[in-house]
Write a protein that binds this ligand. Structure first.
Ligand code: KIV
Length: 264
């Protein structure tokens, strides 16, 4: 899967399926399940490392996990989040960090958050250097402290116009796709028809060109997190807990290992 293939999918009206992954084990399952994009999201911070926000994650953390993910993916496009302050301070930092991600992980693209002129200039510099960039608008988790929490963005005429302008600016900068997170469905539709490049929604309704979900959330491994947009497609958390309880009782009862598990 390449960024051009994704563009072709939008042009043909084929919907794009994306999921996050953070390790080899699940990356292989996600890839074999047929997704088009595997995103090594900095949601890693919360869903895998137990942190409160994505802010503490480092470039080294992302590289460590993205390497494992790349080993498990044969078909999908692997995109890696550039973490907080790895691309906002200077263009040089952004080029060095994004370059490291591609060189050291085998991933094909990076994602960055925001649509200001500075961010769009940075995205353009990365694209000129041969680094494909995915944008991310709406709720941008790295700005959680200025956005005042996990909340829908782009409500009201001014916010809507700003988001549309940011999306157009990112497209002009050369991004190959834009994630729209937590925005009203009608606004996501407007952005999707305004852009040539595909939009990938999460909490943005059905009008985007594709969808992405955070893997542990959609597999039921993060049961406390139940936002309106989320569908749990499996209940792996319950199954895993039941399996672990069964193992502990079997060991305690002396039922496992049994004869058939014993080498002779
Ligand atoms: O970090 C992440 O998982 C993301 C998705 C929510 C799009 O950015």
């Amino acid at each position: 899967m390449t960024t051009l293939d994704l563009l072709g999918m939008k042009q043909r009206g084929e919907r794009i399926a994306a999921l996050t992954a953070y390790d080899y084990l699940f990356a292989r399952l996600v890839d074999q399940g047929g997704v088009d994009i595997v995103l090594v999201g900095d949601s890693l911070a919360q869903v895998v490392l137990g942190l409160d926000s994505t802010l503490p994650i480092t470039v080294d953390d992302m590289i460590y996990h993205a390497r494992a993910v790349s080993r498990g993916v044969e078909h999908a496009l692997v995109v890696v989040d550039l973490p907080f302050l790895s691309y906002q301070v200077s263009r040089e930092d952004a080029l060095r960090n994004a370059g490291r991600v591609l060189k050291e992980t085998g991933a094909a693209a990076v994602k960055l958050e925001g649509g200001s002129e500075e961010i769009a200039d940075t995205a353009a510099a990365l694209v000129r250097a041969g680094i494909p960039v995915m944008g991310h608008l709406g709720f941008t988790p790295q700005s959680v402290n200025t956005l005042g929490g996990f909340r829908v963005q782009g409500r009201g005429a001014e916010a809507r116009d700003r988001l549309l302008a940011d999306a157009r600016r990112l497209e002009l900068a050369g991004v190959f796709s834009v994630v729209l997170e937590l925005v009203p469905g009608t606004l996501a539709e407007e952005v999707t028809s305004a852009l040539q490049v595909p939009t990938i929604g999460i909490g943005a309704g059905a009008g985007c060109d594709g969808q992405v979900l955070v893997l542990p959330d959609m597999l039921g491994l993060n049961p406390g997190f139940r936002p309106r947009f989320l569908r749990q497609f499996a209940q792996l958390g319950e199954q895993a807990a039941a399996g672990i309880r069964a193992y502990v009782s079997a060991v305690r009862a002396g039922e496992y290992p049994a004869e058939e598990h014993t080498f002779v």
